[in-house]
Design a protein around this ligand. Structure first.
Ligand code: NAP
Length: 251
């Protein structure tokens, strides 16, 4: 397949605009899943199934693109796209199947699935068919530091999601104060990990599509971390005063 540069630019700008739109539209309330579901939605899907179905396209689509594209001489491109797929493999086949959250609104699941499909295509198509790297890129500092950041972020994200998952006893639906790991410093430790991941990926690929996804992630889950923090402060009188919302010691 040849590079559809116009489509890549369109989708990348769309991600940035969607992030900004989300920031503005949701400045007073957050996307209505989890603790922000005020009234029960008309149609819901069990949380495990919803996360599995909505995240899977971001794993399958780049994988299919990789399998149907003639092998490039630049293996680094495959390494970068495989890095993207590692995240979504974890999200689809590990996180989704272990999670114990509330039933998910069908509308949120469909929107998230559409988003994952478009983003999976954008990142895969750009890397395999449009990106130009010279061989030195894959031995340079940006590539190595970016990948390091990605995997540090991913470790923080997985560890923090693990802590959250284990807060509740079977059949419990209440919220508790998370402790341990980066939760000692911020209320949105899982979100901080995910944001570090995608900015690391943007550095490693040095590309507009990856940067636009990192910016979207920041706009989507950055405010969510702030709202979670406010929720904890209001709900728990003994919530640790030292803890910030998203950035340790700062915010
Ligand atoms: N890249 C992106 O743009 C993007 C967007 C959204 C999410 N994500 C990632 O997807 C993952 C999940 O996101 P999320 O918004 O669902 O995270 P979340 O609100 O922190 O919830 C994660 C899970 O933990 C449970 N939980 C959270 N806080 C709890 C507490 N204090 N006590 C007991 N249980 C608690 C939730 O239950 P309930 O469902 O009952 O609240 C849910 O099952 C995160 O790793 C996030 O980084 C990424």
């Amino acid at each position: 397949m040849h590079c559809h540069q116009g489509l890549v630019s369109f989708l990348s700008c769309g991600l940035v605009l969607a992030g900004v739109w989300h920031l503005v539209y949701h400045r007073k309330s957050q996307s209505s899943y989890g603790r922000y579901m005020t009234c029960p939605p008309a149609r819901t899907v069990p949380a495990r199934l919803a996360w599995f179905l909505q995240e899977m396209p971001a794993f399958i689509i780049p994988l299919l693109l990789m399998l149907t594209t003639h092998k490039s001489t630049i293996m680094g491109k495959y390494l970068l796209l495989a890095t993207f797929c590692v995240h979504y493999f974890q999200r689809t086949f590990v996180y989704s199947l272990l999670m114990k959250g509330k039933p998910f609104p069908l509308s949120v699941m469909v929107t998230a699935g559409l988003f994952c499909s478009l983003n999976g295509f954008l990142q895969g198509h750009y890397l395999l068919h449009c990106a130009q790297f010279d061989d030195e890129w894959f031995t340079g500092y940006c590539f190595k530091i970016g990948l390091l950041l990605f995997y540090i972020g991913m470790a923080i994200n997985i560890h923090s999601d693990f802590i959250l998952r284990n807060l509740r006893k079977p059949k419990e639906v209440i919220y508790k104060i998370p402790t341990g790991g980066l939760f000692e410093y911020v209320s949105g430790a899982n979100y901080l990990g995910e944001i570090v991941e995608w900015f690391g990926y943007a550095v490693a690929t040095w590309s507009f599509p990856a940067l636009s996804f990192a910016l979207f992630t920041l706009c989507f889950i950055g405010p969510r971390a702030y709202y979670h923090h406010r929720f904890y402060l209001e709900k728990f009188k003994d919530y640790p005063k030292f803890r910030k919302a998203l950035v340790p010691f700062i915010f």
